[in-house]
Design a protein around this ligand. Structure first.
Ligand code: NAP
Length: 291
């Protein structure tokens, strides 16, 4: 049995699709509020719970042979990025799980003080590495699927909001390629007990994204470049109303203030391990936008 958390998310739902195409038995950990009908139609076993609850995690892990942790936290790094993963790892040990896959984040090891998600991911990586379990830790850069809503907005309006330095480098990975790497990590020996940075095949600058949209939709871009100070201002104002929002915005600011890209050596290594060519961002977008 494969247990997948975050199965309704951008990465998780693609992982479940691949596993079900291979006719693997899959249990998905979802919330009552999650949109999980697609997963049900694909034949996944639905486990309803909340990753904030230890006893839900314990029940969901019963009989699991493989665990794929792909849930997000929406800012609650302590409960979800940290505690839920520690509990999943403890349960994996208890259940004698054969392989644990953890979706971390590029830059988890950079010690960003203002990014609790990054700190939680690093602490979980270390816990998993010393757990004695077989593991694969994937550290993705940005996901191509995150850009689809922005592309739709651009299609309608020609607008693109670029926050921070337009020269910042990024290597956005096709979310389908990442899902394939997750599933293949379970059988490829070179992916076992590894931490792998995961990016797309090209290093893009922030300003390249509206240019790609412009080519796809044959439309002149209207780029609004807001400085990072705008996020700082927003944090200050929202901090007057809630102490949690500035913390969540800290992760966002960390993402905007820094560069997240893989070196050519790292992407070559990925293509060697997984034996396929990574998909460029423009190709991914054209495929989904049917252009
Ligand atoms: N997106 C990126 O660019 C990016 C880049 C690097 C790393 N990552 C990492 O990759 C992982 C997946 O990201 P994603 O973008 O695919 O996620 P996502 O689309 O934001 O989805 C988050 C998933 O977590 C689930 N979840 C949240 N709180 C939960 C709770 N209390 N109990 C049970 N499930 C809960 C959500 O369920 P609901 O459907 O119920 O909301 C959803 O399935 C995350 O760990 C993220 O840090 C993402």
């Amino acid at each position: 049995m494969f247990l997948v958390t975050g199965a309704t998310g951008g990465i998780g739902r693609r992982v479940v699709r691949l596993l079900r195409q291979q006719k693997k038995p899959v249990r998905v950990f979802v919330r009552l509020t999650s949109h999980y009908s697609e997963l049900e139609h694909r034949g996944a076993d639905i486990f309803i719970g909340d990753l904030r609850r230890e006893d839900d995690i314990q029940k969901a892990c019963q009989g699991a042979k493989y665990i794929i942790s792909a849930h997000g936290s929406n800012g609650d790094a302590l409960s979800l990025d940290y505690r839920a993963n520690i509990e999943l790892i403890d349960q994996a040990k208890e259940q004698g799980v054969e392989h644990f896959i953890f979706i971390s984040v590029l830059g988890a090891d950079r010690g960003y003080e203002d990014g609790p998600v990054f700190k939680a991911k690093r602490a979980v990586e270390q816990y998993l590495q010393s757990s004695g379990l077989n593991y694969t830790i994937l550290r993705p850069a940005g996901l191509a699927s995150n850009l689809l809503p922005l592309a739709e907005l651009f299609r309608e309006s020609g607008l693109y909001l670029l926050i921070g330095d337009p020269k910042h480098r990024t290597s956005i990975v096709s979310t389908d390629d990442l899902a394939r790497m997750i599933v293949d990590s379970l059988i490829i020996p070179d992916a076992r007990n590894q931490i792998l940075p995961v990016g797309g095949p090209e290093i893009l600058l922030g300003e390249h994204i509206p240019q790609i949209f412009s080519r796809i939709f044959n439309k002149e871009p209207i780029v609004i470049n807001a400085p990072l100070l705008a996020v700082d201002g927003l944090r200050g104002v929202l901090g007057l109303f809630s102490s949690q929002i500035p913390t969540a915005l800290g992760n966002y600011r960390t993402l905007l203030a820094n560069e997240f890209f893989c070196t050519p050596e790292e992407t070559t290594n990925l293509e060697r391990i997984f034996n396929f060519q990574l998909e460029p961002l423009e190709k991914f977008l054209r495929r989904y936008l049917a252009i």
